[in-house]
Design a protein around this ligand. Structure first.
Ligand SMILES: NC(=O)C1=CN([C@@H]2O[C@H](COP(=O)(O)OP(=O)(O)OC[C@H]3O[C@@H](n4cnc5c(N)ncnc54)[C@H](O)[C@@H]3O)[C@@H](O)[C@H]2O)C=CC1
Ligand SMILES: N[C@@H](CC=O)C(=O)O
Length: 383
């Protein structure tokens, strides 16, 4: 199935001009793609791939979307093509089975194949090593492999030895070039000394918008609707999401940090912590009184609230809501802006900064897409 006519549960069908078939060149590289998790980021990515497909084909890369797997059902391009064609890509869904899905995307003709995991599922992350060993590249914004059990991450890294690649730029600050920047520093012989900054798009946006005129809970609901929060916003408010990003960066630098070692200040009140994921959005009001008190305290000090985190080579890692002076550089960030400040041997007097929007479906999907393109760049043409 050509991506220009690919299905998505959330996407309307495209106008005819957007579905024109690309010109296939003699030196075309073909990459079979399967997407897992067609949620906010996954749907934005499907749209970006679909839009880019004719342009990529002209430059020698044909992307073939072979399937989409959600938590309970999946679509494979082998399913009932006649029905799909007749209904303008209306898809036939079947119960989700990730083994069958991966085998289908991989095919048995020796083609290049890549799986994109846009879920937040630990069960999906647990499959990466097997998929990589079986010849599938893996790209993901899901932080659970990079920040989860070290043994699992090592298995993933080892499985890449067979020529497949695992890329995860969007796991840290969405579409900002953070992991690749750190990789480039290290690969060119620099030494990381410390990283600090603001790593949560959601908390950056909340701190920027929260002035007491609206309840904090209303802003959290808005951040969720805008696609900034994790599927469960407690992952943002508890500091866990930022702790995961610190662990990913630490491990990129070769430091053996685990989540349990990160000193995290949680903003989740006990009443909210014990609720089921489904009930959380209905009870966000528990946040309002404690956050109003935090804002009042910051104002009494003529400061601003900012969600900050840091990591150093001695294994000290922390995440907290701080009161910063209004003149502090982090106080001037806007909306979902993240800041990542790398202090390295070369950049020790004047640290390197990466700054910009750090959450949202569009920017995150673009980060995942860029990873896919990095992998595609290295593929040889196969007959
Ligand atoms: N939203 C953002 O700004 C950013 C998100 N991310 C990461 O991107 C991932 C996706 O985030 P969102 O799209 O916002 O979440 P979402 O909740 O909108 O989408 C997740 C999708 O995964 C599906 N899913 C869950 N378990 C599955 C399973 N076992 N098999 C197949 N599909 C499954 C869900 O049904 C849903 O469609 C998460 O890992 C998140 O941490 C990373 C950077 C930024
Ligand atoms: N929920 C996260 C999304 C990106 O990782 C955030 O707000 O930073």
């Amino acid at each position: 199935m050509n991506l220009a006519a690919s299905p998505s549960a959330e996407q309307p069908s495209l106008p005819p001009h957007a579905r024109a078939l690309p010109t296939i060149t003699a030196r075309q590289r073909v990459l079979a793609v399967g997407l897992i998790g067609p949620g906010r980021v996954g749907s934005a990515l499907l749209e970006q791939l679909r839009t880019a497909q004719p342009r990529l084909a002209r430059s020698g890369l044909e992307l073939k979307l072979c399937g989409v797997a959600a938590s309970r059902r999946m679509w494979l391009d082998a399913d009932d093509p006649e029905l799909n064609g007749r209904h303008d890509s209306a898809q036939t869904w079947r119960p989700s089975d990730l083994d069958e899905f991966a085998a289908h995307v991989r095919g048995n003709d020796g083609r290049h194949a890549l799986l994109i995991d846009c879920s937040a599922s630990d069960a999906v992350a647990s499959r990466y090593a097997d998929w990589l060993a079986a010849g599938l590249h893996v790209v993901t914004p899901n932080k659970l492999a990079g920040s989860g059990p070290m043994r699992r991450l090592q298995a993933i890294r080892s499985a890449c030895g067979v020529g497949t690649r695992f890329r995860y730029e969007a796991t840290v600050c969405a579409g900002l070039p953070v992991v690749q920047t750190l990789r480039d520093l290290l690969d060119t012989g620099d030494d990381l000394l410390a990283v600090e900054g603001m790593f949560s798009g959601t908390l950056a946006w909340l701190c920027h918008r929260y002035d007491g005129s609206r309840p904090f809970s209303a802003l959290v609901r808005e951040a969720h609707a805008l696609g900034y929060t994790e599927p469960d916003p407690r992952d943002d408010l508890s500091g866990l999401d930022v702790a995961r990003k610190l662990v990913i960066l630490a491990r990129e630098a070769g430091w053996s940090l685990s989540l349990e070692e990160v000193d995290v200040e949680s903003l989740v009140p006990p009443e909210l912590a014990t609720l089921s994921a489904d009930a959380v959005m209905e009870h966000l009001e528990y946040l309002d009184a404690p956050m109003a008190a935090r804002l009042a305290k910051a104002r009494a000090q003529s400061g601003v609230l900012r969600h900050v985190a840091s990591l150093d080579a001695h294994g000290h890692a922390s995440v907290r809501l701080a009161v910063l002076p209004a003149a502090h550089p982090f106080a001037h960030t806007r909306l979902t802006d993240n800041i990542v400040q790398f202090t390295t041997h070369r950049y020790r007097e004047n640290p390197m900064l990466v700054q910009g929007p750090g959450a949202g479906p569009e920017v995150t999907a673009a980060g995942v897409f860029a990873d896919l393109l990095r992998i595609a760049e290295g593929l040889e043409v196969r007959a």
